[in-house]
Write a protein that binds this ligand. Structure first.
Ligand code: ATP
Ligand code: MG
Length: 243
């Protein structure tokens, strides 16, 4: 069963066509990755899926609901880890989670217990009362992941979840994402790390200049083009990856 479908999706910012008539389906429980160089349109596609902005044309359905028809319903069942840190710098770690829970009409009591569980999940219980400004960049990314889970979402959108993390923290996030996937949660992510895509994505869509060039499992792409996912990416996009 598909949980997200996009048909002939186009997104224009003024005269710039950032997403140029793309089609894709994401199955329930799948981990689906969008890969591609800076400016390819990945975050734009994610923004449309989580109803942050509407498509210019084409149809996107999430939970079989058209994103332009009932964005509130879709948002209530989605979690979003944005590319940029938008934690509240004036609040503590725990307060950030509790305040965010209010957007979903979660009671104070439930927000407190869910937040504590989530801090346990990201191994940051000892940081509960620390100010955001005093967290490392990697801890802030992990807190953004926890915050995305506050409403027990069925789909989690992760825009570059491990950018800036050290290898240990990156592996910890992969473990957490695998655990979420084993609970049946659908994961939709972008990444510039091919190792990450190979490790956790069931399928990837490789994008360039607003188009999807290929959609398949990492292993099938490698079987088709040879080498590894990094060389497949280079062959298809012509862009070297920064090491
Ligand atoms: N709010 C906006 N207004 C105008 N142009 C935008 C806006 N957001 C993105 N763009 C443009 O749309 C194109 C696609 O941007 P997008 O952020 O979707 O790329 P991306 O694939 O996520 O890139 P990155 O890997 O750098 O995060 C870029 O040319 C970008 O400059
Ligand atoms: Mg982006």
């Amino acid at each position: 069963m598909n949980i997200v479908t996009a048909k002939e999706l186009i997104k224009e910012y003024g005269k710039l066509r950032a997403v140029n008539s793309i089609n894709f389906d994401i199955g329930k429980g799948e981990c689906f990755g969008f890969l591609g160089p800076n400016g390819a349109g990945k975050s734009t596609v994610m923004g449309i899926i989580h109803c942050y902005m509407p498509p210019t044309s084409g149809e996107v359905r999430v939970f079989d609901i058209n994103v332009t028809n009932d964005p509130s319903m879709i948002k209530s069942k989605l979690g979003v880890m944005p590319q940029d840190n938008n934690l509240d710098p004036d609040l503590s770690v725990l307060e950030n989670l509790i305040v965010y829970a209010r957007y979903f009409n979660i009671s104070k009591k439930e927000a407190m217990s869910t937040s504590k569980n989530l801090l346990n999940f990201i191994e940051m219980e000892s940081k509960a009362n620390v100010n955001i400004k005093d967290l490392s960049g990697g801890m802030q990314r992990r807190l953004l992941l926890a915050r995305a889970l506050i409403n027990h979402p069925e789909i989690i959108i992760l825009d570059e979840p491990t950018t800036g993390l050290d290898p240990h923290s990156r592996h910890a996030v992969w473990d957490q994402l695998s655990l979420l996937k084993s609970r049946g949660i659908t994961l939709i992510l972008t990444t510039h790390y091919m190792e990450e895509a190979e490790n956790i994505c069931d399928r990837v869509a490789i994008m360039d200049a607003g188009k999807i060039i290929a959609t398949d499992s990492p292993s099938k792409l490698i079987a088709k083009y040879g080498g590894n996912l990094e060389s497949v990416y280079l062959t298809l996009t012509g862009h070297e990856l920064k090491s």
